[in-house]
Design a protein around this ligand. Sequence first.
Ligand SMILES: [Zn+2]
Length: 133
Amino acid sequence: MSSPRPLPNRYPEDVEHLDGAALGELRIPVCHSCGQEFWPPSPVCPADFGTDVGWVSDPGVGTVNSWVRFHKRYFAGDDVPYTIVQVQLDSGPRLTTTWAGEEDPEIGGPVAVTFREVGDGMALPEFGPVTSQ
Ligand SMILES: [Zn+2]
């Protein structure tokens, strides 16, 4: 039996994002000066260098910009192979995240956020295809 994958560190700049994910909410940094959402978290807006930044609850919808499949086990507990996608959020930022779909991602295909519980009350956002119902 493999040991579990290590949980994310709760670095100060990530706490708001991780606490949101635990509640099923995709929290993304936003600049209160220019309104731009951005990623990764930073105390400075990358668009206008403003320092009045906060967080918003993002709808978590976008499209696949790129993806890659990892076959190497970098952490004990990694279930290989696994797929990582770069998602272009409709709100602007690009997130590199885990793929939750069963099929290969489709470049340009619509995706939406889901959350996977990883233990200790933590959850992580991942993205999968938007399925028409
Ligand atoms: Zn700004």
